[in-house]
Design a protein around this ligand. Structure first.
Ligand SMILES: NC(=O)c1ccc[n+]([C@@H]2O[C@H](COP(=O)([O-])OP(=O)(O)OC[C@H]3O[C@@H](n4cnc5c(N)ncnc54)[C@H](OP(=O)(O)O)[C@@H]3O)[C@@H](O)[C@H]2O)c1
Length: 235
Protein backbone atom coordinates (compact mmCIF):
# COMPACT_ATOMS: atom_id res chain seq x y z
CA UNK A 1 0.00 0.00 0.00
CA UNK A 2 1.31 3.47 -0.90
CA UNK A 3 2.40 5.66 2.07
CA UNK A 4 0.04 8.50 1.06
CA UNK A 5 -2.84 6.03 1.23
CA UNK A 6 -2.02 5.20 4.85
CA UNK A 7 -1.61 8.81 6.05
CA UNK A 8 -5.07 10.02 4.96
CA UNK A 9 -8.32 9.16 6.69
CA UNK A 10 -10.52 6.58 5.00
CA UNK A 11 -14.28 6.49 4.55
CA UNK A 12 -16.32 3.50 3.43
CA UNK A 13 -19.22 4.95 1.44
CA UNK A 14 -21.92 2.41 0.71
CA UNK A 15 -23.96 3.27 -2.40
CA UNK A 16 -21.64 5.64 -4.25
CA UNK A 17 -22.39 4.86 -7.91
CA UNK A 18 -24.38 8.05 -8.57
CA UNK A 19 -26.48 10.80 -6.98
CA UNK A 20 -25.63 11.95 -3.46
CA UNK A 21 -23.32 9.03 -2.72
CA UNK A 22 -21.14 9.71 -5.75
CA UNK A 23 -21.01 13.43 -4.91
CA UNK A 24 -20.01 12.59 -1.32
CA UNK A 25 -17.12 10.50 -2.65
CA UNK A 26 -15.97 13.43 -4.80
CA UNK A 27 -16.27 15.85 -1.86
CA UNK A 28 -14.40 13.60 0.58
CA UNK A 29 -11.64 13.25 -1.95
CA UNK A 30 -11.38 17.05 -2.21
CA UNK A 31 -11.14 17.20 1.59
CA UNK A 32 -8.16 14.86 1.52
CA UNK A 33 -9.90 11.64 2.54
CA UNK A 34 -9.48 8.30 0.85
CA UNK A 35 -12.68 6.54 -0.14
CA UNK A 36 -13.74 2.95 -0.47
CA UNK A 37 -16.94 3.38 -2.46
CA UNK A 38 -19.44 0.67 -3.26
CA UNK A 39 -21.49 0.01 -6.38
CA UNK A 40 -23.98 -2.73 -7.18
CA UNK A 41 -22.94 -5.46 -9.61
CA UNK A 42 -20.38 -5.00 -12.36
CA UNK A 43 -21.82 -2.14 -14.42
CA UNK A 44 -19.49 0.78 -15.13
CA UNK A 45 -20.38 3.87 -13.06
CA UNK A 46 -19.18 7.43 -12.52
CA UNK A 47 -17.37 6.12 -9.44
CA UNK A 48 -15.18 3.98 -11.69
CA UNK A 49 -14.18 7.12 -13.62
CA UNK A 50 -13.45 8.96 -10.35
CA UNK A 51 -11.39 6.01 -9.20
CA UNK A 52 -9.34 6.07 -12.42
CA UNK A 53 -8.54 9.78 -11.87
CA UNK A 54 -7.80 9.39 -8.14
CA UNK A 55 -4.23 8.02 -8.08
CA UNK A 56 -5.40 5.05 -6.02
CA UNK A 57 -7.36 7.09 -3.46
CA UNK A 58 -10.78 5.72 -4.50
CA UNK A 59 -11.16 1.97 -4.23
CA UNK A 60 -14.27 0.24 -5.49
CA UNK A 61 -16.15 -2.61 -3.86
CA UNK A 62 -19.35 -4.23 -5.09
CA UNK A 63 -22.26 -4.87 -2.74
CA UNK A 64 -26.05 -5.06 -2.88
CA UNK A 65 -27.05 -4.14 0.67
CA UNK A 66 -30.16 -6.34 0.52
CA UNK A 67 -27.92 -9.44 0.23
CA UNK A 68 -26.56 -10.46 3.69
CA UNK A 69 -23.91 -12.73 2.13
CA UNK A 70 -22.54 -9.74 0.20
CA UNK A 71 -22.31 -7.70 3.43
CA UNK A 72 -20.41 -10.57 5.05
CA UNK A 73 -18.14 -10.82 1.99
CA UNK A 74 -17.33 -7.10 2.18
CA UNK A 75 -16.61 -7.39 5.91
CA UNK A 76 -14.20 -10.27 5.21
CA UNK A 77 -12.46 -8.40 2.39
CA UNK A 78 -11.97 -5.33 4.59
CA UNK A 79 -10.91 -7.27 7.71
CA UNK A 80 -7.77 -5.72 9.16
CA UNK A 81 -8.52 -2.30 7.63
CA UNK A 82 -9.23 0.66 9.90
CA UNK A 83 -12.01 2.95 8.73
CA UNK A 84 -12.41 6.48 10.06
CA UNK A 85 -15.93 6.68 8.72
CA UNK A 86 -18.63 4.27 7.61
CA UNK A 87 -21.50 5.95 5.80
CA UNK A 88 -24.46 4.05 4.34
CA UNK A 89 -26.09 6.16 1.64
CA UNK A 90 -27.95 3.56 -0.45
CA UNK A 91 -31.70 3.93 -0.58
CA UNK A 92 -34.76 3.72 -2.83
CA UNK A 93 -38.20 5.23 -3.09
CA UNK A 94 -41.58 4.29 -4.56
CA UNK A 95 -44.50 6.18 -6.11
CA UNK A 96 -44.83 9.16 -3.73
CA UNK A 97 -48.56 9.51 -4.38
CA UNK A 98 -49.48 6.06 -3.06
CA UNK A 99 -51.00 6.11 0.41
CA UNK A 100 -49.95 3.32 2.74
CA UNK A 101 -53.30 1.61 2.03
CA UNK A 102 -52.54 1.51 -1.71
CA UNK A 103 -48.99 0.15 -1.53
CA UNK A 104 -48.58 -3.49 -2.59
CA UNK A 105 -47.01 -5.90 -0.11
CA UNK A 106 -44.14 -6.45 -2.57
CA UNK A 107 -43.41 -2.74 -2.78
CA UNK A 108 -43.66 -2.40 1.01
CA UNK A 109 -41.10 -5.16 1.46
CA UNK A 110 -38.75 -3.73 -1.21
CA UNK A 111 -38.64 -0.23 0.30
CA UNK A 112 -38.55 -1.30 3.96
CA UNK A 113 -35.88 -3.94 3.37
CA UNK A 114 -33.70 -1.58 1.33
CA UNK A 115 -34.09 1.58 3.42
CA UNK A 116 -34.50 0.31 6.98
CA UNK A 117 -33.28 -3.27 7.44
CA UNK A 118 -30.34 -3.36 5.02
CA UNK A 119 -28.49 -0.18 6.11
CA UNK A 120 -28.65 -1.48 9.69
CA UNK A 121 -27.32 -4.86 8.57
CA UNK A 122 -24.38 -2.99 7.04
CA UNK A 123 -23.86 -1.01 10.26
CA UNK A 124 -24.15 -4.11 12.46
CA UNK A 125 -21.90 -6.12 10.16
CA UNK A 126 -19.15 -3.56 9.59
CA UNK A 127 -19.04 -1.26 12.62
CA UNK A 128 -16.14 -3.10 14.20
CA UNK A 129 -13.94 -1.89 11.33
CA UNK A 130 -14.57 1.73 12.39
CA UNK A 131 -11.93 3.38 14.57
CA UNK A 132 -12.73 3.99 18.27
CA UNK A 133 -13.25 7.70 17.62
CA UNK A 134 -14.58 7.35 14.10
CA UNK A 135 -17.99 8.18 12.64
CA UNK A 136 -20.84 5.87 11.65
CA UNK A 137 -23.49 7.58 9.55
CA UNK A 138 -26.61 6.57 7.65
CA UNK A 139 -28.54 8.58 5.08
CA UNK A 140 -31.95 9.21 6.57
CA UNK A 141 -34.23 11.99 5.34
CA UNK A 142 -36.24 14.87 6.74
CA UNK A 143 -39.17 12.68 5.66
CA UNK A 144 -38.21 10.29 8.46
CA UNK A 145 -39.20 12.84 11.11
CA UNK A 146 -42.43 11.77 12.82
CA UNK A 147 -43.06 15.19 14.34
CA UNK A 148 -42.54 17.05 11.04
CA UNK A 149 -45.06 14.88 9.17
CA UNK A 150 -48.00 17.25 8.85
CA UNK A 151 -48.73 16.63 5.15
CA UNK A 152 -48.71 12.89 4.44
CA UNK A 153 -47.45 11.91 0.93
CA UNK A 154 -44.41 9.68 0.36
CA UNK A 155 -45.93 7.55 3.09
CA UNK A 156 -44.02 4.32 2.61
CA UNK A 157 -40.74 6.19 2.12
CA UNK A 158 -41.36 8.27 5.26
CA UNK A 159 -42.14 5.11 7.22
CA UNK A 160 -38.96 3.41 6.00
CA UNK A 161 -36.76 6.32 7.09
CA UNK A 162 -38.59 6.67 10.45
CA UNK A 163 -37.94 2.94 10.99
CA UNK A 164 -34.30 3.44 10.06
CA UNK A 165 -34.07 6.26 12.62
CA UNK A 166 -35.55 4.03 15.31
CA UNK A 167 -33.20 1.15 14.50
CA UNK A 168 -30.24 3.51 14.65
CA UNK A 169 -31.42 4.73 18.07
CA UNK A 170 -31.51 1.14 19.25
CA UNK A 171 -27.98 0.63 17.96
CA UNK A 172 -26.89 3.83 19.75
CA UNK A 173 -28.57 2.70 22.99
CA UNK A 174 -26.73 -0.63 22.85
CA UNK A 175 -23.44 1.17 22.24
CA UNK A 176 -23.87 4.06 24.67
CA UNK A 177 -20.34 3.70 26.07
CA UNK A 178 -18.96 4.06 22.55
CA UNK A 179 -16.78 7.06 21.70
CA UNK A 180 -17.78 7.06 18.05
CA UNK A 181 -20.05 9.68 16.50
CA UNK A 182 -23.35 8.30 15.17
CA UNK A 183 -25.30 10.34 12.63
CA UNK A 184 -28.61 10.16 10.81
CA UNK A 185 -28.33 12.63 7.96
CA UNK A 186 -31.09 14.54 6.17
CA UNK A 187 -29.65 15.91 2.90
CA UNK A 188 -32.56 18.21 2.02
CA UNK A 189 -34.70 17.65 -1.08
CA UNK A 190 -32.10 17.28 -3.81
CA UNK A 191 -32.30 16.92 -7.61
CA UNK A 192 -31.15 13.34 -8.18
CA UNK A 193 -32.89 10.40 -9.80
CA UNK A 194 -34.60 9.72 -6.46
CA UNK A 195 -35.31 13.36 -5.60
CA UNK A 196 -36.66 14.18 -9.07
CA UNK A 197 -36.34 17.33 -11.21
CA UNK A 198 -38.57 19.53 -8.98
CA UNK A 199 -36.40 19.17 -5.88
CA UNK A 200 -35.40 22.38 -4.13
CA UNK A 201 -31.62 21.87 -4.03
CA UNK A 202 -28.91 20.97 -6.50
CA UNK A 203 -26.37 18.35 -5.48
CA UNK A 204 -23.81 21.16 -5.23
CA UNK A 205 -26.03 23.02 -2.77
CA UNK A 206 -26.42 19.99 -0.50
CA UNK A 207 -23.41 17.72 -0.56
CA UNK A 208 -20.45 19.97 0.36
CA UNK A 209 -22.39 21.21 3.43
CA UNK A 210 -23.55 17.68 4.22
CA UNK A 211 -19.98 16.38 4.17
CA UNK A 212 -18.89 19.40 6.23
CA UNK A 213 -21.57 18.51 8.81
CA UNK A 214 -20.43 14.89 8.91
CA UNK A 215 -16.82 15.88 9.40
CA UNK A 216 -17.78 18.40 12.10
CA UNK A 217 -19.39 15.68 14.28
CA UNK A 218 -16.31 13.47 13.95
CA UNK A 219 -15.09 12.88 17.51
CA UNK A 220 -18.46 13.70 19.17
CA UNK A 221 -19.87 10.54 20.78
CA UNK A 222 -23.60 9.78 20.63
CA UNK A 223 -26.35 9.82 18.00
CA UNK A 224 -27.48 12.98 16.22
CA UNK A 225 -30.20 13.46 13.57
CA UNK A 226 -28.97 16.40 11.52
CA UNK A 227 -29.74 18.12 8.26
CA UNK A 228 -27.13 19.00 5.66
CA UNK A 229 -26.54 22.41 7.30
CA UNK A 230 -25.88 20.80 10.68
CA UNK A 231 -29.27 21.71 12.19
CA UNK A 232 -30.99 19.21 14.48
CA UNK A 233 -34.02 17.52 12.91
CA UNK A 234 -36.87 16.81 15.37
CA UNK A 235 -37.45 13.10 15.79
N1 LIG B 1 -32.49 13.12 -3.28
C1 LIG B 1 -33.19 13.51 -2.23
O1 LIG B 1 -33.95 14.50 -2.28
C2 LIG B 1 -33.08 12.78 -0.93
C3 LIG B 1 -33.68 13.35 0.19
C4 LIG B 1 -33.59 12.69 1.43
C5 LIG B 1 -32.88 11.51 1.52
N2 LIG B 1 -32.31 10.97 0.40
C6 LIG B 1 -31.60 9.70 0.57
O2 LIG B 1 -30.28 9.84 0.07
C7 LIG B 1 -29.79 8.56 -0.40
C8 LIG B 1 -29.27 8.70 -1.81
O3 LIG B 1 -30.33 9.17 -2.62
P1 LIG B 1 -30.11 9.81 -4.07
O4 LIG B 1 -31.05 10.93 -4.15
O5 LIG B 1 -28.68 10.02 -4.36
O6 LIG B 1 -30.71 8.62 -4.96
P2 LIG B 1 -30.23 7.96 -6.32
O7 LIG B 1 -29.62 8.98 -7.22
O8 LIG B 1 -31.40 7.18 -6.80
O9 LIG B 1 -29.05 6.97 -5.84
C9 LIG B 1 -29.35 5.88 -5.02
C10 LIG B 1 -28.07 5.15 -4.69
O10 LIG B 1 -28.37 4.05 -3.84
C11 LIG B 1 -27.85 2.86 -4.43
N3 LIG B 1 -28.67 1.70 -4.08
C12 LIG B 1 -30.02 1.57 -4.14
N4 LIG B 1 -30.38 0.35 -3.73
C13 LIG B 1 -29.25 -0.31 -3.40
C14 LIG B 1 -28.97 -1.61 -2.93
N5 LIG B 1 -29.93 -2.53 -2.72
N6 LIG B 1 -27.68 -1.95 -2.67
C15 LIG B 1 -26.68 -1.06 -2.90
N7 LIG B 1 -26.88 0.17 -3.38
C16 LIG B 1 -28.15 0.54 -3.62
C17 LIG B 1 -27.88 3.14 -5.92
O11 LIG B 1 -27.06 2.22 -6.60
P3 LIG B 1 -27.37 1.76 -8.15
O12 LIG B 1 -26.70 2.77 -9.03
O13 LIG B 1 -26.78 0.41 -8.23
O14 LIG B 1 -28.87 1.75 -8.31
C18 LIG B 1 -27.38 4.58 -5.92
O15 LIG B 1 -25.98 4.62 -5.75
C19 LIG B 1 -30.97 7.60 -0.25
O16 LIG B 1 -30.85 6.91 0.97
C20 LIG B 1 -32.18 8.53 -0.19
O17 LIG B 1 -33.27 7.96 0.48
C21 LIG B 1 -32.39 11.58 -0.81
Amino acid sequence: MRPEFQARRTALLVGASRGLGYAMAEELLKRDWNVVGTVRGHAHSRLHELSQRSSGRVEIEAIDITMPDQIAGLRDRLAGRRLDMLFVNAGVTNNPEETIGEVSTEEFIRVMVTNALSPMRVVEGLHRLVAEEGTIGVMSSGQGSVSNNTMGKRELYRGSKAALNMFMRSFAARHCADRRALVLMAPGWVRTELGGPDARLTIEESVPSLVGTLLAVHGQPGLQYLDYLGRRVPW
